[in-house]
Ligand binder design. Structure first.
Ligand SMILES: NC(=O)c1ccc[n+]([C@@H]2O[C@H](COP(=O)([O-])OP(=O)(O)OC[C@H]3O[C@@H](n4cnc5c(N)ncnc54)[C@H](OP(=O)(O)O)[C@@H]3O)[C@@H](O)[C@H]2O)c1
Length: 302
């Protein structure tokens, strides 16, 4: 099988390229060869490669900047995924695409299910819901995996920011009224690999059905709770200035970023777990494994 992965420099893409070899030949393209702001160039590339599986880990993920660059975010997160889906449909490929808890408004008090109605509250969320809709209406075989609060030992993410700030500052203020499940990029890649093995078999046997699935760690916390856990794991670090008592919980309205974000980002993962025979691990367990990797690789600490 030929697997084409876009976005391998990102958190999820980087882990995907390490995990999907078990399915067959992996082909990757970076932004230089495959710029998602140019949908027709992506169309030509996909036609040329003729992959069995196309995995899209590209996204415009800067939630704040998306407010002033909504057109660009819409092309990258909405229009080009639609083109990928059209080409997947024409070529008989399976498309895997990632989406987000930010398609919801966060007003619900329970975790969101796949049948809850999206209602994004910011430009990033609107661009991502467009991507979902374009794929769903394309006629392609697809898996849309909605996830939340991604972190990894590399890349730009909350964990890396806390690691850095904990050595620079002796006090931190972190939002404690947004609730979600921190999800390790490696867990997303491993789960994708598992789902793809099953889906490839189902496609061969002509019993595959496309769908949206929620893929996130079990349990939930606030950004404040997440930061506390990270600092707890850093107890032995000599250059750490912060102690848990020096992290101040603040409300979203007190935070300098003004772009609205959902207060409830919790995703119910029951559909994914039942369909693919999985049990999602607690977010604390994945974080412990990720922190072990960080501690054992000094280059990842800076
Ligand atoms: N991050 C989160 O907390 C979060 C939460 C929920 C869902 N998601 C979704 O999960 C998926 C993976 O997210 P992630 O955190 O792994 O993203 P990420 O680390 O921000 O990586 C984004 C990737 O997209 C690429 N990219 C951006 N603009 C591009 C363009 N114009 N052309 C080609 N490539 C471009 C980046 O390439 P460069 O390295 O060249 O910039 C990078 O490889 C996305 O669909 C995202 O919407 C993310």
């Amino acid at each position: 099988m030929k697997i084409l992965i876009f976005g391998c420099s990102g958190q999820v893409g980087w882990e995907l390229q390490r995990h999907l070899h078990s399915l067959g030949e992996v082909i990757t393209f970076g932004r230089e060869q495959a710029d998602f702001s140019k949908p027709e160039k992506i169309r030509a590339l996909v036609r040329k490669i003729k992959a069995d599986i196309i995995v899209n880990a590209v996204a415009y993920t800067n939630v704040d900047k998306a407010e002033s660059e909504e057109e660009l975010a819409t092309v990258i997160n909405g229009i080009t995924p639609g083109v990928l889906a059209e080409e997947a449909s024409n070529g008989g490929s399976l498309l895997v695409h990632y989406s987000t808890d930010y398609v919801f408004d966060g007003e619900k008090t329970e975790p969101y299910t796949e049948i809850d109605i999206p209602n994004p509250v910011n430009a990033y969320g609107r661009s991502k819901i467009l991507g979902e809709q374009e794929i769903q209406s394309s006629g392609a075989d697809y898996l849309i995996l909605r996830t939340s609060w991604i972190y990894a030992s590399r890349g730009n993410n909350f964990l890396r920011t806390i690691l850095r700030r904990a050595t620079e500052q002796d006090e931190l203020s972190i939002v404690n009224d947004q609730i979600g499940a921190p999800t390790w990029a490696r867990l997303i890649a491993e789960t994708t690999e598992h789902c793809l093995h099953i889906s490839a078999d189902e496609r061969q046997n002509k019993i595959f059905t496309s769908g949206i699935y929620h893929l996130a760690s079990a349990g939930d916390t606030s950004w404040y709770g997440f930061a506390n856990k990270i600092i707890e794991h850093m107890q032995s670090w000599s250059d750490k200035k912060i102690t848990i008592g020096n992290i101040n919980p603040i409300k979203s309205t007190e935070y300098k970023k003004l772009v609205k974000r959902p207060m409830n980002s919790r995703l119910k993962t029951e559909k994914l777990e039942k369909k693919f025979g999985l049990v999602m691990p607690l977010w604390e367990d994945s974080l412990r494994l990720c922190m072990e990797e960080v501690v054992n690789s000094p280059s990842l600490c800076s």
